[in-house]
Structure formats: structure tokens, C-alpha cells
Write a protein that binds this ligand. Sequence first.
Ligand code: ARG
Length: 468
Amino acid sequence: MARKIQKNKMWGGRFNTDQDKIMLEMNSSIEFDSRLYLEDIIASIAHAKMLGKKKIISSVESQKIISGLKKIKIEFEKGIFNLDPLLEDIHMNIEANLQKKIGNVAKKLHTGRSRNDQVATDMRLYMRKQCQEIIKKITMIQKELSKKANKYYDFIMPGFTHMQIAQPVTFGHHLLAYVEMLERDKNRFHDALKRINQSPLGAAALAGTTFPIDREMTSKALGFTNPMANSIDAVSSRDFIIEPLAAASILASHLSRFSEEIILWVSEGFDFIELPDSLATGSSIMPQKKNPDIAELVRGKNGRVIGALMSILVVMKGLPLAYSKDLQEDKELTFDAIDNILNSLEAINAIIKKLKPKKENLSSAAQKSYSTATDLADWLVSNLNIPFREAHKITGNIVRYCEKKKIKLSELTIKELKSFNKKINDDIFNVLDAEQSVNQKKSFGSTSPLMVKKSAAKWIKKLQNEKK
Ligand code: ARG
């Protein structure tokens, strides 16, 4: 008996046979692009309104289409919209459902547009929203960091270079370093938004359309700054995804560095901070363990975000203009990267909110490893007019002496110090202690507690004025 051929309802006109299973499977994106339903509906409403206004369809038809789309939106919100995998993607699912709801007039919605400009529009709307969300979350973290920096502006801790104790700094100063990084991250997203927020709608398949559409009108209705000027570029470009993923990768690397520090700081060797139980996990075999998994996960997710950036770059690099189905690959990796960066931001925020620095441990670590040797050398320069290179050498000798005697710089007697240079006087004891060291810093951007306090206050004020 002749079997009825199951042709695609949307484009099956020129086709004679069923699609192979593998064709259907690989082609179907509905499993992941259904999350674009809202963007798709909003963009379709803008398009339908414009078609009515320009009398390309009648205003009654336009109204019917719009009210049908609104009903579909409600079904999605209620979780009762039925997705059909045979209909490939979110665009065709919505259009087919619209037909069921309002009949043949639904067939007019696709006048003067293509899925190519439709999907580019949806993804730009999605990306715009996510970038705004990321910016908000970065601000939230900056606020927490600034508050903590303000609170712990004078907690002394060791600053490191080469992972060796280098010079004393303050805990507040260290935290504010991340506020600065995050500000640049935020600006990268703001900047990307300018290029994301342009409308491809009306570019149709690639060549534009014969209908007298008003691209300004749809662009405005969707909150874009302008319709894109070249229809081929509008449907084939994905740098509006690459750019925010690059910004997200840099941001993820900053979050990962912070996580790495948290992991070190809670370890026994450091013991600089306390993390609450609510942000840790235990071991299934070692009853004593409390692990900083949350920070490890953020560090790990960084790999996925960078991976997404690499994937999309590789997808794009060999694609001739204009649209090719390869472009469908942009979705899963973008969604994954964005989900993970948003989660990572939440996790870091929770960590900062709850972390408690251990003052004593931080300060005693800051006294280790002759961390004030540079201050000693600076003292020789300022007080005895010794050229810095020479002062560096004298101080090196003093450190070697202390190392042998197993004493700290501040434990040297004046007699011992004079043996390295007889002009050295008691004043030198004002710079040998870690607290004195940070207090004496004068240069702009340095770790002096007073400057850190000012800087934290400046950030708190600035961030307060930023929209939530
Ligand atoms: N699902 C497709 C995508 O994500 C939509 C565009 C399809 N366009 C086409 N000409 N087949 O890219």
C-alpha cells in the first residue's frame, strides 16, 4: 500500500520523498533553540505590525497574526506549547502553530522575511539581553568586593610575585584589583552591545525583498539602534556572538584567577580566609574534608567558555557568504557559554559575600620572607643618598645575614645594621615591619591603607549610581 510521504510542511513543495532519519536528526535544532521562543515571537509581532502598517497585508490580517502570536507566548509561559521535532526549529514550530490557531492568514507572516534574517534577529535580541544581564551581575560583584575592600582596607597580607611572598599589601587593595579588572570586562560588554544592537530583520534570505517593507520601523520596535545596511552581512555575520564570547572568555579568566586564589587561601598552607560550609562540599571517604568545589567549578567552567569562543571562530572561518547551515552551530555553544558565565558570576558573588579574612594569619604571613626588604633599600636611598642599585646590593647582603641567623629584618640590632653601612641609624626601624611598609607607600594606586580606603569609597559611590 502506498505510504503517505511526510514532507516538511513549511518548505516541502519541491520535495518528493521523506527526509532520511539522519537528515532529520542533524537538521533539527528545536531541542535547543526553543529557548528563543520569546525573541522569535517579539520579532514576529514587530514584523507583522510593519506588514500591516505598510499595507503589505491588511490591518485585520496583521491583527489576527499578532493576537495568535500573543496566545502562543502565553502557551510557552504556561509550559503547554507542543514542540514538534519534525518542524526543525523554533521558527517553524511557531509558524505552524499559528496556522493551527488562526488558519491560512498565518501563511502571510513570512512575507518579506526569511528564517535567515529571523534567526539572526532572534540571536541578537538574545545576546543583547544576556550581555545586559552579565553587566548587572558584574556590577553586583564589584559592589560586594568594594564593600569588603572598605571593611578590610587595612588588613595586612603578603603580596606575591612568582608565588613567592614579595611585599606586604592590604587585603582591601588585593580585592580592588579585581574591581578594576571587572570594570574593564564590563566595558567590553557595553562596547560589544553597540555592535550587537543592530537589526538584520528585513534582510530576508540575503538579498532583501521586493516588498516595500519598513526596516526602520521594525528596528525601532525591537529597540535596535538601526537596521543593518547590507542584507548579505546582516544574515551571514556572527561577530555579534564572537565578540561577547571573547569578552566572556576574558571575564571567565578573571573569575578563574579569583577562584584559584580562593582555593589557595582556604588550603592549609595559606589559611588566609574562611569559607562557610554552605559553599563547600565533603568527601565520600575522608570524613575530615571540606573542599572549595564552588571555586573549582568556576575555574573549570572557564574552559568551556573559551572552548565556545574557539568553536564559533572555527565554524565561521571557512564560511563563504551568506547563510549556511553551519551557522546553526552558534546556538548550543553560545547558550552553554552564557549559562556558565552567568552561573560563575553568581557563584563568585556568593563566595565574596561570605568570605572572612583571617587577620592574624594574613598579617603573620606578611612578615615572612623578608617582605620589607624593598622598604629597607628605599630607606637607604632616601636617607643616606645611596643609589638604588647599591642599596639593593647592601639589602641583599643584610637578607643573607638574616637568613643565616634565622631572624627577621625587624629583629636586627642597630649594631648589626651599622656593620653593613655605618651611617644607618635608628630611623630605619620605621620601615622594617609589614604594617609600616604599607603605611609608607605614597604613589598613586599603591597599597597604602588610606589610599585603599579612598579608592574603595570611590568605587562604592560610583557603583551605587549604576542601575541594578
Ligand atoms: N534553525 C536555523 C538556524 O539556526 C534557522 C535558519 C534556517 N535557514 C535556512 N535557510 N535553512 O540557523
